[in-house]
Design a protein around this ligand. Structure first.
Ligand code: NAD
Length: 284
């Protein structure tokens, strides 16, 4: 049976480091890192995500300020809000909860956030720095995956790594991070002809497809390390990943569970990004 890679445990470790960093920053500068939480519309999962992020911020000693618009905002008003937050020296990070309601242009909104306050790491300039090999702020979920792999001492240099999914927020940046650590990276997506042929080669298999249990045990190489980024709610209400945990854990050497794997890491990395953003803005 595979070892469980415990994201909750690693997230607690990261949070403890962030908490100590926040406290040291406060002692040194009198400033409390502050996150602006911007939420448009009434989408229930987004409300839960924002509430979780604020709860973890409070645990880490990070202040948060709410900018909640259940009725939504027009695109010009959203851009004006982001400009105000960019200019406010008391705000160090801007969390713009996605997806935005219909009618809003996500790309334009993300690009309107000051890169130094982009704690999600989605701004094109920050993604460009990552591609250029000099990352400033890392997207939270891929950074959380790397943190789990590092915590458990997974060797990446020269490893065959396969990433399933090529989204801008998970798959693409994760592939870059693995590449930067000298893995040999293959990216798979919906047009990949024979998915199993690739996944079966993977010593490190990271899956972010958004398709419940699309990766079955027989698609996993014996002894692989499997990181399941997916979070899917079945009609029964059960939360499952993109990997069939039961069959995959019979072949993998180690695997992240869902829930309790990558999920808690994403929020912890957001807190780390907020602390780092505050430090950069305060130039300490
Ligand atoms: P997305 O829908 O933007 O992208 C999915 C990608 O997977 C696409 O590039 C698509 O080409 C690929 N794909 C889809 N079906 C496939 C298949 N059958 N075979 C091969 N490739 C396939 O999704 P996303 O935003 O990257 O999120 C992926 C999953 O991760 C979702 O379940 C999401 O809920 C979850 N997620 C979790 C966290 C977390 O904190 N754990 C954060 C972000 C996303």
């Amino acid at each position: 049976m595979a070892q469980t890679l415990d994201g909750k445990l690693v997230a607690q470790k990261v949070l403890a480091e962030v908490k100590a960093g926040v406290s040291a920053l406060k002692d040194r500068t009198g400033t409390v890192p502050t996150l602006a939480a911007v939420l448009l519309g009434d989408f229930a999962p987004s409300k839960i995500y924002v509430a979780n992020k604020k709860k973890m911020a409070a645990e880490a000693g990070i202040a948060s300020r709410d900018f909640l618009y259940p009725e939504g905002l027009s695109q010009p008003d959203l851009l004006a809000l982001l400009r105000r937050l960019n200019a406010d020296p008391a705000i160090h990070g801007i969390l713009l909860q996605l997806p935005l309601p219909q009618g809003c242009d996500e790309d334009e909104a993300i690009a309107a956030i000051a890169p130094e306050k982009d704690v999600d790491g989605f701004h094109p300039m920050n993604l460009g720095h990552l591609l250029a090999g000099a990352p400033t702020v890392l997207p939270c979920t891929p950074a959380g995956v790397m943190e789990i792999l590092d915590h458990y001492g997974v060797e990446l240099k020269g490893a065959e790594a396969v990433v399933v999914g090529r989204s801008r927020i998970v798959g693409k940046p994760l592939a870059q991070l693995l590449l930067a650590r000298h893995a040999t990276v293959t990216m798979c997506h919906t047009r990949t002809r024979d998915l199993a042929a690739h996944t079966l080669r993977a010593e490190v298999l990271c899956v972010a497809a958004g398709r419940p249990q699309v990766i079955k045990g027989e698609m996993v190489r014996e002894g692989a390390v499997v990181v399941d980024v997916g979070i899917n709610r079945l009609e029964s209400g059960k939360l499952v990943g993109d990997v069939d945990f039961e069959s995959a854990s019979k072949r993998a050497r180690a695997i992240t569970p869902v829930p309790g794997g990558v999920g808690p890491m994403t929020v912890a990395m957001l807190m780390r990004n907020t602390l780092q953003a505050a430090k950069r803005q305060l130039q300490v």
